[in-house]
Design a protein around this ligand. Structure first.
Ligand SMILES: [Zn+2]
Length: 241
């Protein structure tokens, strides 16, 4: 049995701009239903993006946090450590929570019941939560991002370093692409009509398995490229506006 995860931890955060330390409240676990205010803070970018009280600059924290949605049976983990064992732990069920009382519970909890994802930064974490909230399949979105990256890279003659969904308001999906080979990167905003998602879903969803399977724990751009689904496709399917 693991110890109950505390609701909040005050930890010193170090500002990457001025190097000074300040106290910041972390939330190791967000559970839905219940923590919907915290979820909103993640989506609004107010939770993991503190403003330094010394130099007043805003930056992105490196954090570890578990998001568990009991209604939708989803479990997303963000970890700042690339050599983290979280992927293995998620596959084997070797994570304990205070409301789980037996090993069988753990296995039921882990296998087949939950859609599980591990990400390595808060932008991706926020994206997973945003997609879940808007009922988008993250694998379809990763395929769209891959296609969009190809298009943007060709148009701008620089590669896309990272790309993520920023907003899902109305009839458009707004992506932010971080472009370049090294810092300083250029930030590009690209909008696509939301029905492009529907086209992608109709085309690719039946080629994918159950989203709760182990192979989707790391659903990201590497996964999308490895899936080979876009191999012989034109990257012009998304029309930037
Ligand atoms: Zn500062």
């Amino acid at each position: 049995m693991s110890k109950p995860i505390p609701k909040t931890v005050n930890r010193p955060a170090q500002c990457p701009f001025c190097g000074k330390l300040f106290d910041y409240t972390m939330y190791p676990e967000i559970i839905i239903p219940g923590d919907s205010k915290l979820k909103k803070k993640v989506i609004n970018k107010t939770l993991f993006f503190p403003k330094c009280p010394h130099c007043k600059k805003e930056f992105k924290l490196k954090v570890g946090c578990i998001y568990r949605n009991e209604t939708k049976k989803e479990w997303f983990i963000v970890t700042d450590s690339p050599e983290s064992r979280f992927e293995t732990m998620m596959k084997t069920g070797d994570i304990g929570f205070n409301d789980i009382s037996s090993d069988d519970d753990v296995l039921d909890f882990m296998k087949g019941l939950y859609t599980r994802r591990v990400v390595y930064d808060v932008d991706s974490f926020r994206e997973k939560i945003l997609l879940s909230d808007s009922n988008y399949d993250d694998r379809i979105i990763e395929l769209m991002k891959l296609s969009l990256s190809g298009l943007l890279g060709r148009e701008n003659h620089v590669p896309v370093y990272r790309i993520f969904l920023e907003e899902t308001a109305g009839n458009t999906l707004e992506f932010t692409a971080i472009m370049g080979v090294c810092p300083p990167y250029e930030y590009v905003t690209v909008k696509t009509p939301a029905n492009v998602y529907t086209q992608y879903r109709n085309k690719y969803l039946d080629k994918l398995g159950d989203p709760r399977e182990d192979e989707y724990i790391l659903t990201d751009q590497t996964w999308a490229a490895k899936s080979g689904l876009l191999k012989n496709e034109d990257a012009g399917f998304i029309v930037p506006t």
